[in-house]
Ligand binder design. Structure first.
Ligand code: SF4
Length: 134
């Protein structure tokens, strides 16, 4: 398959794979399309509107909670902090997010660096333990 336009069936398949935790590379290989095409489709579906909600490195990890992430409705740049930038706006979104605990757990289990996860900055996540063992 080539070109920028993907049919609806392919887009649905990409979305399903991404929600099930398949990596961009895995999805691209499975469906025989470019990684760029996968990234675009995932982004357009609102699954990975920001860097830290991209499909996880660990294949098949449960990431269904991402479907309820409040941040997919907001500016993704709020959650990626530049040096010295305050996290106030991102934390306000997280405070009203239904999956705040899953998000924090995910960041702790995967040792995510940078940005705001589960209402906490990288600095604030240091030393915290996930609720469940990895
Ligand atoms: S807790 Fe914050 S960063 Fe995590 S999914 Fe919710 S809004 Fe996004």
């Amino acid at each position: 398959m080539s070109g920028h336009l993907l049919d609806e069936q392919t887009i649905a398949a990409i979305r399903r794979h991404a929600i099930n935790g398949r990596s961009v590379t895995e999805i691209a290989n499975t469906l025989g399309i470019s990684r760029d095409a996968v990234r675009r489709a995932v982004d357009e579906a609102g699954i990975a509107r920001r860097r830290h909600l991209e499909p996880p490195v660990r294949p098949r990890q449960d990431v269904t909670w991402m479907e309820d992430a409040a941040c997919t409705e907001t500016d993704p740049e709020l959650f990626v902090l530049e040096k010295g930038e305050r996290a106030t706006d991102a934390k306000t979104v997280c405070a009203g997010c239904a999956v705040i605990e899953d998000c924090l757990d995910y960041a702790l289990v995967n040792n995510e660096r940078g940005g705001v996860w589960g209402g906490k900055t990288e600095h604030e996540r240091r030393g915290l333990k996930p609720r469940r063992a990895a």
